[in-house]
Design a protein around this ligand. Structure first.
Ligand SMILES: [Mg+2]
Length: 347
C-alpha cells in the first residue's frame, strides 16, 4: 500500500443563498479535494477551510498539504496512526489539511479491505438521523426555510441563533408553531452568559433538544454556570477541537460536536469520542459547508462510533454537487454499501 502520488485541486461552488450565522455570512464554498494514490487504488479527501473556526484558509491548507506531500510519498497508506503523527511533526494545527489527508487514507483502507469505513471503525447501522439547518434571517425567511426543510423530509431542525435575543426567541416560537419536528439551536458563540440564560429560559417551553455553543469558545467555566442555570442541555462546538479540549469540558457540558475539520480527521476524532463516551458526554458529529465527499466521511464516522446525534447537511446549500455519496431519506443520511468513504466524483 505504498503511496505513489499525492495531488489536490481547488473547488469553488456558489451557495443557493447566503448562509448567515452569528460568526458571519458565507456566500460561496471554497474547498480543496485531495487525492492520494497507491499502485492499486486512489483515496479522496476534502478540506473545507473555515478561518473563523479552525483558523485555516485555502492558502494555509495548500501550504500545509505541500509540506505533507513528501511525508506521504513512499509511506504505507495502511499505517494511518504513524502517518498522522509524522504530519503533526511536520506542522502543528492545520487540522483542515490533516482532515483531508486522513479522509483519503481511510478511503484507501476501505478500498483495500473492501469495507465501508463505518465497519472499519466498528459501526453497525447504515443510517443516522440528521438535522437540517435554518440560518439566521428575518421571520419570513426563517419560516420559509423551515417549511422547505420539513417538506424535504427533515425530522430535526437546527436553528441558528446568537445575534438578537428578542428575535431569536420569536423565531423559535414561530417555528414551533408550524412543526412538531425536533428543534435544536446553535448560537455559534453569539451570546454573553446573561443573554444565553435569558434566551434559553425563554425557549425552554418550545421543547428544545439542546443548545449548541451559546458562549464564546474560551468561556469554558461559564458553560458550566449556564448549564446549571437552564433546563436545555448544553453542547460545546467551537470549544472542542482536540482530545485535550474535551478533557477540560468534562462535567461542564452535556454534549460535544465533533467535526473532522476541527479534529484533523478520523484518527484524532476517535480519541475525542472515546474520552467523551467514558465521561458520559453525548456526541454529535457535525460539519462545515462541504460537498458530499466530506459529508459522507462524516456520516461514516458518526455510524462507526455510534454517535448520539448528527448534523451532517453541509452540501445542502451548494448550487452544484460534484460528488455522489450519502442520500438523505426520511430525515436520515444513508450511506451507500460500497468500500471506503463511499463518495464518487460526478462525471
Ligand atoms: Mg455549531
Amino acid at each position: 500500500m505504498q503511496i505513489t502520488n499525492v495531488e489536490w485541486s481547488e473547488l469553488q461552488i456558489p451557495l443557493k443563498k447566503p448562509f448567515k450565522i452569528a460568526l458571519g455570512t458565507t456566500e460561496s464554498y471554497h474547498g480543496i479535494i485531495v487525492k492520494i494514490c497507491t499502485a492499486e487504488h486512489c483515496g479522496f479527501g476534502e478540506a473545507s477551510p473555515s478561518p473563523r473556526i479552525t483558523g485555516d484558509t485555502v492558502g494555509s491548507t495548500i501550504a500545509a498539504l505541500t509540506r505533507f506531500k513528501p511525508v506521504l510519498l513512499g509511506s504505507d497508506a495502511s499505517e494511518i496512526g504513524a502517518i498522522m503523527r509524522e504530519l503533526e511533526k511536520s506542522a502543528v494545527s492545520n487540522t483542515t489539511a490533516k482532515a483531508a489527508v486522513d479522509m483519503a487514507l481511510y478511503d484507501l483502507l476501505g478500498k483495500y479491505t473492501n469495507m465501508p469505513v463505518r465497519n472499519i471503525l466498528g459501526g453497525e447501522k447504515e443510517k443516522i438521523e440528521t438535522s437540517l439547518t435554518v440560518s439566521i434571517g428575518s421571520m419570513e425567511e426563517t419560516l420559509k426555510s423551515a417549511e422547505a426543510l420539513i417538506d424535504s423530509g427533515a425530522k430535526v431542525l437546527k436553528v441558528k441563533i446568537g445575534l438578537s435575543p428578542e428575535e431569536d426567541i420569536l423565531r423559535i416560537r414561530e417555528i414551533r408553531n408550524i412543526t412538531d419536528a425536533k428543534i435544536r439551536v446553535d448560537a455559534n458563540q453569539g451570546y454573553s452568559l446573561k443573554r444565553a440564560i435569558k434566551v434559553l429560559r425563554a425557549i425552554e417551553r418550545y421543547d428544545i433538544e439542546f443548545a449548541e455553543q451559546p458562549l464564546p469558545a474560551n468561556a469554558i467555566d461559564d458553560l458550566a454556570v449556564l448549564r446549571s442555570a437552564v433546563e436545555i442541555p448544553i453542547m460545546a462546538d467551537e470549544s472542542v477541537h482536540s482530545s485535550v479540549d474535551v478533557l477540560k469540558l468534562i462535567g461542564k457540558v452535556d454534549a460535544i460536536n465533533i467535526k473532522l475539520m476541527k479534529s484533523g480527521g478520523i484518527y484524532e476524532a476517535l480519541k475525542i469520542a472515546a474520552i467523551a463516551k467514558a465521561a458520559g458526554i453525548k456526541i454529535m458529529v457535525g460539519c462545515m459547508i462541504e460537498t458530499k465527499l466530506g459529508i459522507t466521511a462524516g456520516t461514516q464516522f458518526a455510524l462507526g462510533i455510534g454517535a448520539d446525534y448528527a448534523d451532517l447537511d453541509g452540501y445542502w446549500d451548494l448550487r452544484e454537487q460534484p460528488f455522489n455519496g450519502v442520500e438523505f431519506k426520511e430525515g436520515a443520511n444513508i450511506i451507500p454499501k460500497v468500500a471506503g468513504i463511499g463518495a464518487t466524483k460526478v462525471d
